[in-house]
Ligand binder design. Structure first.
Ligand code: SF4
Ligand code: SF4
Length: 417
């Protein structure tokens, strides 16, 4: 695609990157076929090719309006289009540049600005969010229905292992997960312990920055990345072998730190080191389990046997990690229920479910219909956002796959051997 970027952006790092991405696009439209929002509206402007055109025009100097902003806001950043594109167009990166350019020139209505600032404030402060979740659960009936659906029911985390091991990995001290589903981190620590690996948490670390970044607050996301890098590097220097993240939205973000801080002379090298040491749990754990030969139970109870795995977009499209969890589940005795449209987003997409509730709910209905058609006993996934979003409307329990594995290993007494 020919592009003639406006003088003010042409020679900037973003301009140079955007131009090379735009040139790779041959406007074939294959990407529209797998775009969830295009499937909902059938409007070219709500598909990747149409969004690429809209971003191109803005970068070439055309004044954007509220309509451009709306069509870019409606994008889930699921990056399904990147997986489909035969020309390797890095749509997600172009969208980041395009959204920033539109945000600079289009003032959002006051209500939208308030809502976005509130989400950035409330979701990224662990103490505050923790208290809000506790109050919300206690006063469940008084919580407005839109927010009530975001509050998964509380379940016990179980004990954190006490053993120490020579092998150590760093777990992310995420923002919403410890309050919404503390069982995920505890299950991760127990399964790692069964593999003779100790999970440590850096006390001064915090939110990975994804919430700020996807709400167009790029400088705030960079500040969070620097803060985490300062908290994590001493642990890596001290012998922690990897940063292992059990929420695929966060692992995708931390792997992006190198790009996020590429122009920061103080942090660029450090960010590269952090990104290189980061693994989603779905990458780190399954090979280890095979190598250690952890015992699997002869049979699984009905409640654990027949499961369906929803691979989050941040795992399958952003990180291109596919098949690892499914193979591991089968190796431990699960009967995996096949389902249609496994490539499509469930509609969670970070804060999208709050900011674009209609599209989000339609995508969830479609996803749950597909996931539940084969009558699984349980839905499994790999990201806190997807888990909470699906659980609010699912007819069967929804769990992180590591919680499932923790339950299965408990049946075999593996940890006592
Ligand atoms: S992004 Fe890729 S698939 Fe979509 S129109 Fe461009 S070249 Fe075709
Ligand atoms: S990121 Fe997802 S929603 Fe956005 S254009 Fe690509 S496929 Fe469509």
């Amino acid at each position: 695609m020919e592009a003639h970027l406006a003088e003010r952006i042409k020679r900037t790092p973003d301009g140079i990157e955007a131009e090379s991405i735009l040139r790779a696009c041959v406007h074939c439209g294959f990407c529209n076929a797998t775009c969830p929002t295009y499937q909902l509206t059938g409007d070219e402007l709500d598909g990747p090719r149409g969004r690429i055109y809209q971003i191109k025009r803005v970068l070439e100097g055309e004044a954007p309006g509220a309509s451009t902003q709306l069509h870019l806001d409606r994008c889930l950043t699921c990056r399904n289009c990147e997986t489909t594109c035969p020309s390797g167009v890095r749509y997600g990166r172009l969208l980041d540049i395009g959204r920033a350019a539109v945000t600079e020139r289009v003032t959002r209505p006051a209500m939208q600005r308030w809502q976005r600032n509130f989400l950035r404030f409330a979701l990224t402060r662990q103490g505050l969010f923790n208290s809000a979740v506790r109050i919300g659960r206690a006063l469940h009936r008084l919580v407005p229905p839109t927010l009530r659906g975001k509050l998964p029911s509380a379940r016990a985390a179980g004990a954190w292992p006490r053993a120490t091991h020579a092998r150590k990995v760093l777990l992310l001290n995420g923002c919403v997960q410890p309050a919404l589903m503390p069982s995920i981190d505890a299950a991760t620590a127990r399964v790692l312990d069964a593999c003779d690996i100790e999970a440590v948490v850096a006390p001064n670390s915090g939110c990975c920055g994804a919430i700020d970044f996807h709400l167009d607050a790029h400088a705030a996301a960079q500040a969070r990345a620097r803060h985490n890098i300062d908290a994590w590097l001493p642990l890596l220097d001290g012998g922690v072998e990897a940063i292992v993240i059990n929420a695929s939205g966060c692992s995708a973000m931390v792997k992006d730190y190198a790009h996020l801080l590429r122009d920061d002379s103080t942090y660029a090298d450090k960010a590269q080191r952090i990104a290189a040491a980061t693994r989603d749990l779905a990458e780190f754990l399954p090979p280890l389990l095979g190598a250690l030969g952890l015992r699997k139970p002869a049979t699984l109870p009905e409640t654990l046997r027949r499961v369906v795995f929803h691979p989050p977009c941040t795992l399958q499209h952003a990180q291109k990690v596919t098949g690892a969890v499914e193979n591991m589940l089968a190796a431990f005795g699960a009967e995996l229920v096949p389902f249609a449209e496994s490539h499509l987003c469930c509609g969670s997409a970070g804060t999208y479910s709050i900011l674009q509730p209609e599209f989000s709910q339609r995508l969830r209905e479609r996803k749950l219909e597909n996931l539940q058609r084969g009558r699984p006993a349980m839905i499994l996934s790999a990201n806190i956002g997807c888990l909470a979003h699906l659980e609010a409307a699912a007819a069967v329990p929804v769990r992180h796959w590591v919680e499932w594995l923790d339950s299965v290993l408990a049946l075999t007494d593996t940890r006592a051997q």
